[in-house]
Design a protein around this ligand. Structure first.
Ligand SMILES: Nc1ncnc2c1ncn2[C@@H]1O[C@H](COP(=O)(O)OP(=O)(O)OP(=O)(O)OP(=O)(O)OC[C@H]2O[C@@H](n3cnc4c(N)ncnc43)[C@H](O)[C@@H]2O)[C@@H](O)[C@H]1O
Length: 141
């Protein structure tokens, strides 16, 4: 069975304070929280999808962030009994004056420390990805 594929960016910032991760809360369904991400369109690369969805959902653009292509996490879970794969890259917000904004797909967003982000994102695979990215930041950046 073909799986659904989505891509996005786990964006962090750390200008003066602690490392914080951007999560957005859907305005539909269970109102769950995830990093900006969405379905891959025909003919699009995974990275093109990640950047397009990040722009559409958060308003943050390529020039606002630095992407770490070596820091990548893949999540696999079922949605309505159908397998779904979500690919995330790590990215850092590099413009202090820039913030996310909402689209109609979300009702709230926030910047959370690792522990708060793990609590609010709820799903074990997402928590594992966040922890892996946090380790990458501490060890490499
Ligand atoms: N219930 C709904 N009512 C109305 N419109 C809806 C809708 N669901 C989707 N839409 C529409 O679909 C569009 C989304 O398209 P996109 O923006 O292109 O795609 P997406 O982020 O991948 O969608 P979604 O929110 O469904 O994905 P997720 O895997 O997080 O979430 C999918 C499911 O998997 C669960 N989930 C999320 N992360 C998980 C994980 N790590 N492990 C297990 N389950 C997880 C979520 O709780 C959720 O139930 C929206 O514009 C909206 O209009």
């Amino acid at each position: 069975m073909m799986s659904t594929r989505a891509c996005g960016l786990v964006i962090f910032r750390r200008f003066k304070g602690p490392i914080e991760y951007l999560l957005m809360q859907t305005s539909y369904g269970q109102h769950h929280w995830t990093p900006p991400k969405g379905h891959v369109d025909d003919g699009e690369s995974d990275m093109e999808t990640a950047l397009r969805e990040t722009d559409e959902e958060s308003g943050l653009k390529k020039e606002d962030i630095r992407i770490f292509e070596n820091a990548k996490a893949e999540l696999n879970y079922n949605v309505n009994k159908k397998p779904k794969t979500v690919v995330y890259w790590l990215a850092e917000l590099i413009k202090e004056e820039r913030d996310a904004r909402l689209s109609s797909e979300h009702q709230d967003f926030g910047w959370f420390t690792l522990e708060d982000a793990c609590k609010i994102s709820h799903y074990p695979e997402m928590q594992e990805a966040l922890r892996k990215f946090d380790k990458y930041i501490i060890e490499h950046l």
